[in-house]
Write a protein that binds this ligand. Sequence first.
Ligand code: NAD
Ligand code: MG
Length: 335
Amino acid sequence: MEKQITRRNAIGKIAATITVAAVSPGYLAQSPKQYKIHNAEGPDLTDPTTKYPKPPFKRQFQPFPGLASKMDPVPDHGEESYVGSGRLRGRKALITGGDSGIGRAAAIAYAREGADVAINYLPEEEPDARQVIELIRKAGRKAVAIPGDIRDENFCKELVSEAVEQLNGLDILVNNAGHQKTHPSVLDISTEEFDRTMKTNIYAPFWIIKAALPHLKPGSCIIGLSSVQAYDPSEDLYDYAQTKAATTSYVKSLAKQLGPKGIRVNGVAPGPVWTALEISGGQTQEKIEKFGGDTPIGRPGQPAELASIFVQLADNSASFTTGHIYGAAGGSGQP
Ligand code: NAD
Ligand code: MG
């Protein structure tokens, strides 16, 4: 008992240090101050229905890929709230799309859990990426920025070799980058647009996994990004939805293939989450206004609310968990 209290106090102190260290004047200018940050002293009984903004949201559009920092409200990626406890000490992670949204929340959490983190993103996203790099460094970990377009097979190979070189190894791969564009009819989807969705969401993870696999030792893991769209596809996301079903399939297939090698493969299937993907063509403006309102929680998720899932799946305390899809959809997800 005495020991437990001592340990809790110690974690509390570490937490306080990390929270202070994570806030820099440059970042504060855009931090989502409106969010309630849980007070670490008491029990966390924050009501999930009122924790974050609910619809109606302001209609807003940014050209693809969009910047999280220009969204209204600015998403919460855990910048001021995520507290680590050494769960990924010494691990080495590569996260595609780590500049914003769900990937950024995972990057912040991984760094605060003790991992060195490389992020990939598109060159237009440099302002978002810089904030993430700064946050990883403030957590005391190595941060590696590798911009580039993952629709290119050669770049995918370079991305992995650069990450391995800079991190001196690799043991967590998060294939998070994705492209989503709403189209009212299948007739509106050009071959070029269809190709962008397939290349980003299906080919790139395939190329990146192939390049990464020779470096992954037993105890490593791969995490793919599925979606509720894999199970309940929307009428206007014909191409995107099928890539998410494909992701669920590759996770399950690869988990069987790599299980005997000691490499775990899991997926995350979010429901509506407030990110740049949605306001840069991923949804119609009508849907943005009501975004997340039809979930039982009554609002969209914030990226920060998914961070602990990525930590749990990467942590080897979950060593018997492979081939699974972890949902986070505010009550409306399947399976
Ligand atoms: P996001 O826009 O913040 O992140 C997606 C990232 O993908 C971008 O930041 C960008 O860096 C990257 N990307 C896209 N095309 C790329 C390319 N050609 N080359 C390199 N990088 C590229 O949005 P998000 O919602 O956090 O998306 C992350 C993942 O979550 C995606 O796979 C998405 O499909 C999935 N997802 C999101 C939701 C949601 O409601 N937001 C729901 C289910 C699944
Ligand atoms: Mg982005």
